[in-house]
Structures are given as C-alpha cells and as structure tokens.
Design a protein around this ligand. Structure first.
Ligand code: UGA
Length: 444
C-alpha cells in the first residue's frame, strides 16, 4: 500500500510517520523546500515527543520519504491525504479552504489509476463534495473517491493518539474506498479499535462536534470554577464528583485560563459560522466562544488583583507561554492575552518556557526571556504559572522565595496545593479553590 500526504504540518507529518510505522509506504509532500530539506536531514519543523525517532526509524527503513514533487508522489499512491492548513479566515471566522482546494486541483492532474483522496485537514461539512467536484472537473477521466477521515490527535501526545485512538472515523459510502481505508488502518482494526463508517458529511461534522463539545466541557468547568471562588467550594472536588458519573466522564474538566491552541478556537468559530449560514444557529457554542475569549483577557485582571490591584512598575514572572505543555505551539495561547494585559497595566515581564520561546519571541514584544524558571523569578514581584509544564510542578519554593521580591504566586493551572503554598509562606491564588492565608513567618 502506498500513500502520499500533502502538507507536512503537524497533522500531515504525524500521520505520515505513523502510517509508515504501520508498514505502509509513505511519501510526504510539501511546497516548502526548506521544510523538506530539514526533514530529509532528520530535523523536525515542530516539537512533538517521539516524532523525531519515529521519522528517523521509518525513513531509515525506506518506508518514509519527503519530496516537493507532488505529481510523482500522487501518481504512485493508492491513497492521497490532504493535510494542509485550514486557518480561520480573517474577518469572518470561516475556515479558509483555499489550500485544500489548491491541493485538490494539483492532485487532479496527477492521479494515475484508482485513487482514494482523503481529507484529513479539519474541513467544514460539504468540503468533500467540493473537492470531488474540483477533481472531476479538472480531470474528467480520473478514477477516484473522496473520503473524509478526520484526525483526533492532541499536540504533545499525537503519536499515542494515532497509534491507540478511541476510534477512527471514515466518511464514504464507496465500498471500494472503504476497502482501501480498512487496509490502511489494518493494525488498528486488529487491535479492535472501533471504526465508524459513515457518510462524508457526517464524518466532517463529527470532527467539529467533538472539538466543540470538548471546548464546551472546559468552558463549563471554568465557569463552575468562578462560582466556586465565590461560594468557597473546590473545583477539583466538583470535577471529580461529577466526572465519576460515567455519563459525564472525568476528562477535560481541568479548570484553567481558557482553552487555546490551533484547533478549539478556530473550530468552535467555524462551526458557529456554518450553523449560522444554514439557519440552524448553535447558541451554546456561540456563548462558549465569547466566554473563552473574555476569560483569557480576564486572567490578566486576576493576576493584577493578586498583586494588590496594581502592577504598574512591577515585574511579573510568567512560567509557560505555550497553549499547553509538550508543544512549542503558541497559537491562540492564553499567555498572549495575559502578557499583553499585564504589559498594558505597566508591568515588566520576565518569562521562561521549556520549548516555546523561539515561537514566542516572534509574536510577543518586550518580554525578558530567561534561561530557566529561577532566572525568571529573580527580583520579580510575583510569579504566574500559565502552562503546566512538568518542570514547574516541583519548584524549589524556598529558592523561589529567596529570589522573588515578594512571595506571590498566581497558579492558573492549579498545579500546587493551596494549603501547602500557604504553609510555605506564599500568598497563593489559583482557579476555583478558596485561598488560604499564608503562614506567619514569625510563628515558624
Ligand atoms: C484538540 C483535541 O483534543 C484533539 O482531539 C483534536 O484532534 C485537536 O484539537 C485538533 O483538532 O487537531 P489540542 O488542541 O492539541 O487537541 O489540545 P487539547 O489537549 O485538546 O487542549 C486544548 C486546550 O484546552 C489547551 O489550551 C488546554 O490547556 C485546554 N484544556 C484542556 C483545559 O483548559 N482543560 C482541560 O481539561 C483540557
């Protein structure tokens, strides 16, 4: 079985590496010559745990290669995956499908023999039909089917998610295409991974419904956290108390500074636009989008309040800037709003992130980037944890206290325990849990 993957972004690269690990012969195609040269030299354009090793292993075994030549790659393939970006279109929040349609045009001219064209990119309902129309129009002799096969990979654990998914969704009514797709996912089939065969439109919608539901779940617990702070309840216990109900489930109930990343913000907005357009508005998702946007901005106010209501002239340490740990991705990260809000209030920011600083430097101005968490805390008036990297979970609190001008911590990911922080002498603020007064140093 031979596969061509168009687009070596996050999804394309992870899918290509994982399919080759399944024993499939994979060629990854990208127009970006620098990226292809990098990959050929064994260097990864993104940070994803385990990816480099997987690429190296399969490239070495001759099952995985990289090229800028789409025509050759598509001509030899049994299945061609479109894995190009679908960013939010500026101004209206619709998914920008221009890269998908351009890829379809190019694929059309290169198809040789029966080929399954798969949309792996997250695309709104009806995109598969348009891809089919484009290919048929550009090459009326082409023998092909267009299938929707959305990805459910989380950055930071994408390889595990690909190799051991909860399910695989395949949208096509063509039995011939189903056969090819079944062959590709054979190792998962043998592991008894549920494979949902459905129509193309349903498959396209499943992807958006899944991401939107998860974003809603996070937003729900974030609002419950706000309520907890007022009524002196503990959001961790609420999440556990409701999550143990099998109908609710405990995952994605971690309260925090609001969801970010390249998927939830873009996909929630795109689904809202699609629903609006067809006259079946999704009020609940509209509200989720609005609450989450405001929440990210409100987190700066929370930090300011925890610093006595004024940060003008103060220095604030920011630990973690990526939208979540184990990635270098800064897209729609809550840190962008929080840092901007603190700077607007007159604060100087000293920051550290284990992987995200190269990306962050490009888009965040006037931040003092530090070598590690302790350098970042030196002579600062407070420390804010925005991303829950493992290295921030066990800070040397005594050392932190000796470096900081004041022992103030705002933990937007709830990775510390309020009582332990109080006992360590910190004025500690977190999300959805009652504050505990710091221990009086004189009673130590
Ligand atoms: C998300 C989905 O989880 C994947 O299934 C999907 O394939 C992917 O989008 C996509 O569409 O490509 P990802 O964006 O990598 O994956 O990250 P998540 O782990 O879902 O986290 C998204 C955001 O929600 C992060 O900012 C995270 O901090 C936040 N989050 C997550 C919470 O605030 N609380 C939680 O309990 C979980």
């Amino acid at each position: 079985m031979r596969v061509a993957i168009i687009g070596t972004g996050y999804v394309g690269l992870v899918s290509g590496a994982c399919f080759s690990e399944f024993g499939v012969e994979v060629i990854c195609v990208d127009k970006d010559t620098d990226k292809i040269s990098m990959l050929e030299a064994g260097r990864m354009p993104i940070y994803e745990p385990g990816l480099e090793e997987l690429v190296e292993k399969n490239a070495h075994a001759g099952r995985l290669s990289f090229t800028t030549e789409l025509v050759d790659a598509v001509g030899q393939a049994d299945a061609v995956f479109i894995a190009v970006g679908t960013p939010s279109r500026r101004g209206d929040g619709h998914a920008d499908l221009s890269y998908v349609y351009a890829a379809a045009e190019e694929i059309a001219g290169a198809i040789d023999g029966y080929t399954v064209v798969v949309t792996k990119s997250t695309v709104p309902v009806g995109t598969g039909r348009e891809v089919e129309r484009i290919i048929a129009e550009a090459n009326p002799d082409a023998e092909f089917d267009v299938v929707s096969n959305p990805e459910f990979l989380r950055e930071g654990s994408a390889i595990e998610d690909f190799m051991r998914p909860d399910r695989v969704v395949i949208g096509t009514k063509s039995e011939r295409a189903q056969e090819v797709m079944r062959g590709l996912y054979r190792p998962l089939y043998l592991l008894e991974t549920p494979i949902v065969f459905t129509s193309r439109q349903t498959s396209e919608l499943i992807k958006y419904a899944a991401n939107t539901f998860l974003a809603t779940k996070i937003t729900f617990i974030n609002e419950i956290a706000d309520l907890c702070e007022i009524v002196e309840a503990d959001v961790h216990d609420v999440a556990r108390g409701i999550g143990l109900d099998g109908r609710i489930g405990g995952k994605f109930l971690h309260a925090g500074p609001g969801y970010g990343g390249s998927c939830f913000p873009k996909d929630t907005l795109a689904l809202v636009r699609t629903a609006e357009e067809v006259g079946s508005p999704l009020r609940i998702v509209e509200t989720v989008v609005e609450i989450n946007d405001k929440r990210k901005q409100r987190m700066a106010e929370k930090v300011i309040a925890s610093c006595g209501g004024d940060v003008n002239g103060k220095t604030i340490t920011v630990l973690g800037v990526t939208f979540k740990p184990n990635t270098d991705d800064m897209r729609d990260s809550p840190s962008l709003d929080i840092v901007a809000g603190l700077q607007a209030a007159g604060a100087t920011i000293r920051a550290f992130d284990p992987e995200g600083m190269d990306e962050a430097r490009e888009i965040m101005d006037d931040v003092i980037w530090c070598e590690d968490e302790y350098e970042a805390m030196t002579d600062a008036d407070a420390v804010t944890i925005i991303t829950e990297w493992n290295e921030f979970r066990a800070l040397d609190l005594e050392r932190a206290k000796s470096l900081l001008r004041a022992p103030v911590m705002i933990d937007l990911r709830n990775i510390y325990d309020p009582e332990e922080m109080a006992a360590a002498g910190f004025s500690y603020a977190c999300i959805g849990r009652a504050p505990v007064a710091p221990a009086d140093p004189s009673t130590k």
